[in-house]
Design a protein around this ligand. Sequence first.
Ligand code: HEC
Ligand code: HEC
Length: 299
Amino acid sequence: MTTVRRTLRAVGAAAAASFVLAAPAGAATATDSDHDALLARGAYLMNSIVACGNCHTPMGPTGPLAGMELAGSGDMPDVGMVWRAANLTPDPDTGLGAWTDAQLATAIRDGVRPDGSLIGPPMPVAFYKKMADADVAALIAYLRSISPVKHAVARSSYDFPLPASWGPPASAGLTAPDRTDPVAYGGYLADIGHCMHCHTPLHAEAPIPDERRVGAGGLAFPGPWGVVVAANITADRDTGIGGWTDQQVKDAITKGVRPDGSRLVGPMPVANYANMTPEDLDALVAWLRTVPAVSQRVR
Ligand code: HEC
Ligand code: HEC
């Protein structure tokens, strides 16, 4: 899978070149090199920590389907819902080609479509709300650079009513924490990588994340691998990863291997995480160490 992702990155770079050449004069005030940098950042985020394709690219038995990057998932049966992740390619009819940048940003950070409807709960909007303007712009530049794929995806269906909104709109002018503060920057990476969307159990009373047990694992993920339960990644030494070295934590995240040599299975996009820079990985682990210990055995 790493090979596939690496190839996608190369394709992204090639698409970048043609996008710049094809940009109509006066379409943007930014220079070509500004745009190149934005697109490179978007490709990096998409193919490493952010990994929208983990939901939005259809998967076959051996991983992402070739030629279908971000073209939308099939039917994904889940508890209380059948979710279908939309086509994010620039196809004007079945994808996002007709959406403006502002509409895309609102969809990603606020979970609202141009027609005012709410994007359902599989999409980790609560985390994307914290995404810096520059990174939203970079991801949008990347989405505009990939090949359009005609693939109609129906909206998801839910057995429960959706709320009116996912809270107040993201504030304008959001920036990422400074990289000189690895814990803060690592926490930002964990947000835009929505680690805790998968690793936090739900309240016993309602299907919302239990803020008293952030990172304690326990959510079950059905899939081609059977059913796998998200791990406890809090600092608890017995039931979490408190006893692991930094290198062991990194090997789990980027190679899918635990300290005892067993392999992770399931939905975590390890092949994407393998593309993180060493600095970003250091920051992510520095932050992970600060997640308060919660004792909860899941495995
Ligand atoms: C954990 C799974 C998941 C991840 C990760 C995810 N999404 Fe989604 N997204 C969905 C699902 C499912 C829907 C459709 C929800 C519905 O129909 O209610 C959706 C809908 C959307 C829509 C609405 C499109 C339309 O035509 O209605 C946009 C735009 C979107 N996602 C963009 C993104 C971007 C950009 C990223 C990465 C930054 C991303 N998503 C990451 C699951 C995900
Ligand atoms: C799409 C859901 C999903 C996302 C996103 C996700 N994980 Fe996971 N993660 C899992 C599941 C499920 C497992 C358990 C796999 C298994 O048991 O084979 C796991 C396992 C792990 C493990 C191994 C722990 C152990 O005891 O086995 C670590 C460490 C980890 N995740 C960290 C992270 C970090 C850090 C992020 C964000 C960068 C992240 N995860 C994002 C679902 C996810």
